[in-house]
Every structure is written in structure tokens, then in C-alpha cells.
Design a protein around this ligand. Structure first.
Ligand SMILES: [Zn+2]
Length: 163
């Protein structure tokens, strides 16, 4: 006896794929369309989306160390299963995981952007230390667009503002 019933027909591709990029992002849906369009624009067709509250926060300033381990493990699985060589980290404005634009940054978008750029550098440093042989990119989305974070500059050792 079947324990499930078909409710919708859909032909999914059976071929395994090689992943163009694992994309770590917050599940906040407001920035999803912008990110999707941009990543398509830069040629990413097959991605492994890893969606968790705060996105790259779990690498830079996790609430629990196990959050960081979980995320690193998801990235490693993408590499193992889909030969992923590129990891894209994202953060966004007014993220509830950081306390929001008003709550954490007094509504100051420039302060938030500076802080999130530093946060992104910490996330990238953590990821590069834990997982070698990948390229890492970082993007910050606000209500005007998507910004690439310069990850060539080292992360400052200062504490995260949410700690
Ligand atoms: Zn968020």
C-alpha cells in the first residue's frame, strides 16, 4: 500500500549536475528576486542554495558554534556531491538575525553597510580556513541593489556588533 499520493505532475531532470556555486543566504524573501536575477546575470545556472536565517552570519558570528559547523558541513556536502568550487556568501539589509536596520544600527544604512562588509570578511576568512580549494565571493543586498564586498582586504579582528 502506498503511503503517499501524487498531487502534482512534474518532470524533474534525472541527470546529476555540477554545481556552479553554493549560495549561502538568509531566507528573507525580500531580496530573493534581486539575488536570483543577479546570479543568473553572472552565469550561475546550477546552484546549491543554502538558506538559513542570517546567511553568512553563521560563519562570522554564529549564535552557537554548532551553527557554524552545520553550515560548513552543508558547504562540504555541496562540494562532495556536486563538485562545487565556488561559494557565494550573502548578507542583506534589515536582517532580523542581526536585529534589523533600526534595532541594530539605529536606521543608519551606512553604518550597517560598513558593519556587514566587516562581517562578510570574517565569514570569508572562516570559510577559507575551514574549506580549502574554493573561491569565495561575498555580496550584500540593500533596498537599492546588490553590492560586492571586497574580500581581498583582511577581516579586522574586532568583535561583531551582535555579540
Ligand atoms: Zn535575514
Amino acid at each position: 500500500m502506498l503511503l503517499m499520493k501524487k498531487v502534482f505532475h512534474f518532470d524533474a531532470p534525472r541527470e546529476r549536475y555540477r554545481c556552479d556555486a553554493a549560495i549561502v543566504s538568509c531566507f528573507d524573501t525580500r531580496f530573493q528576486l534581486g539575488f536570483t536575477k543577479y546570479f543568473r546575470h553572472i552565469g550561475i545556472v546550477n546552484s546549491d542554495p543554502i538558506k538559513i536565517a542570517g546567511g553568512a552570519k553563521s560563519l562570522a558570528s554564529p549564535e552557537r558554534e554548532t551553527d557554524r559547523e552545520f553550515l560548513l558541513d552543508q558547504i562540504r556536502k555541496s562540494i562532495q556531491l556536486h563538485q562545487t568550487e565556488r561559494v557565494i556568501l550573502t548578507l542583506h539589509s534589515d536582517c532580523g538575525a542581526y536585529g534589523g536596520l533600526d534595532g541594530a544600527f539605529d536606521g543608519d544604512e551606512r553604518l550597517e553597510a560598513r558593519s556587514q562588509a566587516e562581517e562578510m570578511r570574517r565569514a570569508a576568512t572562516c570559510l577559507r580556513d575551514a574549506v580549502t580549494a574554493i573561491t569565495v565571493e561575498g555580496y550584500f543586498a540593500n533596498f537599492e541593489g546588490i553590492w560586492e564586498v571586497d574580500l581581498s582586504r583582511p577581516a579586522s579582528p574586532g568583535k561583531s556588533i551582535t555579540r
